[in-house]
Design a protein around this ligand. Structure first.
Ligand code: HEC
Ligand code: HEC
Length: 475
């Protein structure tokens, strides 16, 4: 573990080096007791939370040796890169010194070999961690494994949970990227106004930390609430820049209008901001009443098909859509063989009652009563069992991440499938072309929803890419 070189720790009172807290808030210990001061209770909570975040021992909780910072690495802007995982794996094998990042629960072969599992391909090649989510009552996995296409003869298995493989997001700016209480509001919970995790399924930093301790650190005893409060306090002081901290303070204080966290921009970056506000801000926010960067803007009449929505499928899962027309009108980068190994086929039986949700079997837009989906990650569908594909459904829908500091946090997307921001824009070029073909009236394509014929004026042009990239790198 290296000392953070970035903004990550600037707000904290303690300085972290080599896994030991030096110069802790009141005197040079790695002991949370040393953080207790009478005069500054918030500072003391942040200080204790920072110790907790880096604590591999978790006395009394019976963990597996992992600290939060084993995945949310200080040196990597509090995320995990495939390169860092690979280096740590090589170091562990060369020195024989255990590294708790590599625990059987995150090995590819865990479901087959249990505690003896040792295949860390997802972790070291792709930087992905196993996330296990209970299957909704109306969703089953099929026995065709990662085969694409899954044969029609495939049968449901007895599995009750799904494993998906997800990137470790940075914990920067989490003070303003949880549930925001703002519109647009999604039709179904959990957290219809945004939440933590890539699928928005968790409501508070405390519950997030508890879930992480149980699943990633395998604790057998839950920590006291104060332990989780301290972790939340620490994480809430970690920002991608001082300007985002100022924005967070202003949101908390109810200031109006809120400050714009952008630094001074060059003319090229300023041109890129105009493109961003047209082509990206409808989902990534950044403007208007809640410029947290994770609250979509309001557009169209909420509750009708003209409105921008909260959660989205942007075709980042595997396998990627392929155009059926030749020559292809849009081309996504194909997923690698390693990514394709994480694909499963799900069968969703829609009873017409929750969580299946809606009447089925009638003419479109009603979904069929049984839907099969082959995907590396069903996204929010795993939370709801809601079967409809596309805009109104949950299949492959994810939360809109904040893009603050994004120039420093590659690779990108929930499955690390874009190595660079250039690749991200290539993806969106294909995405916009496909949406324009499939759903030309989609509100995300237009600033003038509901106008016939549809006015497609949001997608960026090839000529605008240099400016957009320059702005993204300044965020
Ligand atoms: C084994 C690796 C690992 C460990 C250890 C770990 N996390 Fe995470 N963390 C993840 C992954 C993967 C996700 C995304 C999961 C998802 O979206 O389903 C995540 C997501 C998060 C998020 C949500 C960020 C956002 O923008 O929504 C927070 C906050 C967080 N972790 C905090 C913690 C804390 C606090 C701890 C320690 C108690 C911890 N994590 C331990 C891998 C880890
Ligand atoms: C239709 C809504 C929508 C639009 C429009 C949109 N995004 Fe996204 N974006 C998302 C969602 C949802 C995710 C999360 C998907 C995932 O992780 O796979 C995401 C993820 C990203 C990520 C990855 C962030 C990370 O840390 O991994 C980047 C970068 C990004 N978008 C940039 C952009 C840019 C640049 C534009 C404009 C050209 C844009 N987005 C337009 C919804 C959108």
């Amino acid at each position: 573990m290296k000392q953070s070189n970035g903004m990550g720790l600037w707000a904290g009172a303690c300085v972290l080096f080599a896994g030991i807290v030096f110069a802790a808030c009141s005197g040079g210990h790695d002991d949370p007791e040393a953080c207790t001061t009478g005069s500054d209770p918030i500072g003391a909570a942040v200080c204790r939370g920072k110790v907790n975040f880096h604590d591999r021992t978790l006395v009394g909780l019976g963990g597996n040796g992992r600290a939060c910072s084993d995945c949310h690495m200080d040196s990597e802007n509090f995320q995990l890169t495939p390169a860092a995982a690979q280096l740590r794996f090589a170091q562990m094998n060369a020195t024989g010194i255990d590294d708790p990042l590599f625990r059987a629960i995150d090995a590819d072969d865990f479901r087959v070999r249990g505690v003896a599992a040792r295949d860390f391909t997802n972790l070291t090649q792709l930087g992905l961690v196993r996330v296990t989510i209970p299957l909704p009552a109306n969703v089953k996995l099929l026995d065709c494994g990662a085969t694409v296409p899954c044969p029609a003869s495939a049968l449901p298995t007895s599995e009750t949970v799904a494993d998906v493989w997800r990137a470790v997001p940075p914990i920067l700016d989490v003070a303003i990227t949880g549930p925001d209480g703002a519109a647009p509001v999604w039709a179904r919970g959990p957290n219809p106004s945004g939440g933590y995790q890539l699928d928005g399924r968790i409501d508070t930093l405390q519950n997030q930390a508890l879930a992480a301790l149980r699943s990633h650190a395998s604790v057998v005893n839950d920590p006291p609430a104060s332990f989780l409060d301290d972790l939340a306090a620490f994480q809430s002081t970690q920002f991608s820049s001082p300007a985002v901290k100022a924005l967070s303070d202003a949101i908390k204080a109810g200031t109006n209008p809120l400050p714009d966290p952008d630094p001074v921009l060059t003319p090229l970056e300023a041109a890129g901001k105009v493109v961003f506000n047209r082509a990206c801000a409808q989902c990534h926010g950044n403007t208007a009443a809640h410029p947290s960067g994770s609250t979509p803007i309001l557009q169209g009449t909420q509750g009708t098909a003209t409105a921008l929505i909260r959660y989205h499928d942007i075709a980042t899962t595997c396998p990627r859509p392929v155009d059926t027309v030749s020559p292809a009108r849009f081309t996504f980068k194909a997923c690698s063989p390693g990514q394709m190994k994480n694909v499963r086929t799900y069968e969703i039986t829609n009873s017409g009652t929750p969580p299946g949700g809606i009447a089925c079997g009638g003419a479109a837009p009603q979904p069929p009563c049984v839907t099969r989906v082959t995907t590396s990650d069903p996204g929010r569908m795993l939370l709801t069992g809601f079967p409809q594909a596309g805009g109104p459904g949950d299949i492959q829908h994810f939360d809109n991440p904040s893009l603050r500091g994004v120039g420093r946090t590659g690779p990108y997307f929930h499955n690390n499938t874009a190595a660079t921001l250039e690749e991200v824009l290539d993806h969106y070029t294909a995405f916009y072309k496909r949406v324009a073909i499939m759903v030309p009236t989609a509100p995300l394509l237009t600033t003038q929803p509901g106008v016939v014929p549809p006015v497609i004026d949001r997608p960026f042009t090839e000529a605008e890419i240099p400016a957009l990239l320059a702005y993204l790198r300044k965020l």
